[in-house]
Design a protein around this ligand. Structure first.
Ligand SMILES: Cc1cc2nc3c(=O)[nH]c(=O)nc-3n(C[C@H](O)[C@H](O)[C@H](O)COP(=O)(O)O)c2cc1C
Length: 253
């Protein structure tokens, strides 16, 4: 292990804010490919992410074949999978963990729910490190939860073995659009002092108001309902995800 000397702060608080203010989820990209040294730095950053138990329970499927990219774009209903300079499916992976244990003469225990907890955490940390590194290099990107839309077909297409589950896609490239910055709810609702605090109705109203600009009709509750209310898209995804969790021997396996 290399020892790393303590480093002084490299950015001021304002520079850190500016950096995160520059983030925009971007779905349209210029066609320019990433230079190999940029891609290398992005993948390096991904693997430097903290990882639970140092187990690195994730895999990235890098999509380079035009046919596969198009099929993934169609299955996920996210066309930028096909058009982005770089496209990945970010997976949790406890399959390789099993192989490593077996190689060392051990078996993997039975912990399908914990595997999802650890694997999703690891995959998200690595994927977000990848995106942040890309943004530091001047690119933008988009996480794609649309992998859940036709999850069975995606798992089959990518030949994912037992223990591997797509968490999301990630596309990266030079932006060819300039979306407005998307708001966030107020900090008081997400940071709790010592004990969980239920929000006041007026604070919920303020959150809905703050987020209204991202919606076509100025009604964020309606937008949330399309995803999360009874009959919303998440209930459909729930059925597909449960089936794939069983197939991949995860979660409820
Ligand atoms: C896990 C995750 C899944 C997402 N899935 C999709 C997706 O399937 N399609 C898409 O266009 N955007 C997707 N997004 C992007 C969000 O819509 C975006 O982050 C959000 O609107 C906030 O915008 P901002 O990132 O520009 O601040 C996803 C983001 C995350 C973190």
């Amino acid at each position: 292990m290399t020892s790393v000397p303590a480093v002084p702060p490299r950015l001021s608080p304002q520079q850190v804010r500016d950096l995160f203010d520059a983030h925009r989820t971007t779905r349209r990209y210029k066609p320019d490919p990433l230079p190999p040294e940029h891609l290398d730095a992005i993948l390096y950053a991904a693997q430097r992410a903290p990882t639970d138990a140092t187990a690195q329970m994730y895999s990235f499927i890098r999509l380079t074949d035009a046919g596969v990219r198009q099929q993934v774009a169609d299955l996920t209903v996210n066309p930028h999978f096909a058009t982005a300079p770089e496209s990945f499916v970010i997976c949790l992976d406890v399959h390789r963990l099993r192989l490593l244990l077996e190689r060392g003469g051990y078996e993997r225990g039975h912990f399908p729910a914990v595997a999802v907890h650890f694997g999703v955490g690891d995959a998200v940390l690595a994927g977000q490190s990848m995106l942040l590194a890309a943004e530091l290099l001047g690119y933008q990107g988009c996480w794609i939860g649309g992998v859940l839309t036709n999850l069975q077909e995606l798992v089959t297409l990518l030949e994912l073995p037992e223990g591997v589950l797509p968490f999301a896609g990630l596309t990266i490239g030079l932006p060819d659009e300039s979306p407005a910055q998307r708001p966030r709810i107020q900090r008081e609702l997400v940071v709790h002092d010592n004990l969980y605090r239920e929000p006041e109705p007026s604070e919920l109203d303020e959150a809905l108001e703050r987020m209204a600009p991202i919606t076509a009709r100025g009604d964020w509750a309606q937008t949330l309902a399309r995803y999360f209310a009874p009959g919303g898209s998440m209930e459909t995804r729930e059925v597909g995800l449960r089936a794939v969790l069983a197939r991949q021997e995860l979660g409820n396996g």
